[in-house]
Design a protein around this ligand. Sequence first.
Ligand code: PLP
Length: 750
Amino acid sequence: MIEQRIEAICHKTIDNCSDEELYSALLVLVKEESGQHVTPVTGRKLYYISAEFLIGKLLSNNLINLGLYDEVRDCLKSHGKSLAQLEEMEPEPSLGNGGLGRLASCFLDSLATLNLPGDGIGLRYHCGLFHQSFADGVQNESPDLWLTKDCWADRTEKTYTVRLADREYSAHLYTISVIGYEGRVNRLNLFDIDTVDEALIREGISFDKTAIDKNLTLFLYPDDSDDDGRLLRIYQQYLMVSAGAQLILEECAGRGCDFHNLADYAAIQINDTHPSMVIPELIRLLTQKGIGFEEAVDIVTQVCAYTNHTILAEALETWPLAFLEKVVPQLVPVIRQLDEMAKSRSEDASTAIIDDDGHVHMAHMDIHFTHSTNGVAALHTEILKDSELHNFYELYPEKFNNKTNGITFRRWLMACNPRLCALIEKLIGPGFKKDASQLRRLAGFKNDTWVLEQLIQIKTANKQDLARWLYSSQGISVNTNAMFSIQSKRLHEYKRQQLNLLYLIHQYFEIKAGHLPAAPMVAVFGAKAAPAYTIAKDIIHALLTLSRVFAADAQVSRWIQIVLVENYNVSAAEKMIPACDLSEQISLASKEASGTGNMKFMLNGALTLGTMDGANVEIADLVGDENIYIFGRSSKQVIHRYAARDYAAADWYEADPNIRRAVDFITGDAMCAAGHRESLTRLRSELISKDWFQTFPDFNAYVVRKNQAIADYAADPMLWARKALINISEAGYFSSDRTIAEYNNEIWHL
Ligand SMILES: *Cc1c(COP(=O)(O)O)cnc(C)c1O
């Protein structure tokens, strides 16, 4: 069947097709097939609106979800072709920065799998997150032009008019089918304008930020370190929400909605504050349709719900009113009226929408004018209620709720780790693919020697796969008998890659002193630094430089090898995560809202080395102390210290010889000979004078715990495998199917 369909699409036999032709044919086949699964919507439908969808490649996931993967793979194989090789040809749509965007994509997969009507709304950026390469020890950025002839995003006939500043733009709708696993087909709606000009890109990823008609959707999240970048962000956000709001109203009207009853037809989830302008925009559109202002506010409050993703104060979006007056003057009267309503509900200035300096607080508008505000892990939600948003919690206790993040097991187990998936299926049957709680049954095998040996073999085979890929893509050889510790996530000081750096330097001194580790280790990093984030780039430089210093030292390189994977993205993650022994989740407690990387690693049989932060807390609760390596101070202690403002990094540096030794090494002769003194000096000074994310107070605990993990790994591989099995068996809770079911039962009611 498959063979005939492919040949019918190509008009020739598979043997005569090039890989490009086969890839295109499979794209057509999937699109035809998904067209068969579209089912009409009845009742309320969800719109998940998000500035980011970190989609990842789609071919294998779509084939898996359509139940065609094995058949296609075997058919190609019988003609000497490899599906895996075709997958390599697919450009990855990286329309997101990290966890937040990846969450949105996992949610779309789960919505469709659970047969819930729920579409995404976002932007069709011509360049996703920049492509990262390393040269001379530094990160270089180049544009990621992912739009090729064969592309999952189909251009539709639909356009919506959006007014930005003094001009009208035509937002063109593109759609990507979202195919559920044995489920329905939903849509990801992405807007773009036709006048975007890729020739605007100058050196690297710089471009003229003022030519709005040419740059509006050119890049995901342009650098917002200057005013032109910040203005462009408002332009982008409004294009997305205005076109999105029009699409929602049009679809609902098409199904018989008279707008007074919009809440019976639509639920909107606002993913972080980037889409917050959808609130005033919908109110504006509803009043244009003859609905009174107060009723419009009520309707929008019933329809919309808001997800908070951060407790980093600097990441909570505010816009100067003057910026909004320039780009979206039509919204300003609505926002002013909402601000007055908010002020009439509470005299507390901290809950105002427009503050005394004329800044508009997007999250405040969300909390006042949606019916639900959720955090993304239990600890995060508690911190929101107790401290960050405490004043709002007192005002609206009923609005606050928690929805611990999740990941789709179709991508993060079935697609990326076929060996482990096959073993699990052999042990407990296929039911876990749709009901992740069934993974618990694996615990029954925790004393089964054969099963534990299989786990070890699978991990080794996955490490060999990763090693082959590292060699072919970056020319790096790694020791696959070593323990693989992996820290892969955006580079940010709060995630504390610098703590890992200090550990590695500490080990250097220990090895030199003859205190050898219990096992050799490969320390793998994957991380992009935001182009304007100087210290983050300094940390990358220090890691790359340290990696060179280690590699040149025969004594140390026998024990530790440092690898930085270029261009960390979803495809890289899919190769790295199945090969991991020790998952580094070492953010400063209270700073990582949830994390989802931690869940992916756990599901793939890695043990977590982490702080009691974000969803690590829930992982620890599920697996028990003996199956996780927790260290460091608690969120309570950290929050207390910030409130007391009494942390002085320099005191720790002076008092602790191990810290001093490691920090000073950063600018020592070996590092400066291999790297750039200016960058290394800046990093060392930053640590001693600020260390804003408090690496020093957790340093010794981290060293002790990590070395304990290595010792356990070396001492008893079967016991380690048993711990890994417990982790896999408890990972079911972190399926995004569970998360989406909770959103639906408690917020959306689709
Ligand atoms: C899962 C994922 C993330 C999020 O990782 P965290 O460790 O939760 O920050 C970021 N980037 C990619 C490519 C991912 O797949």
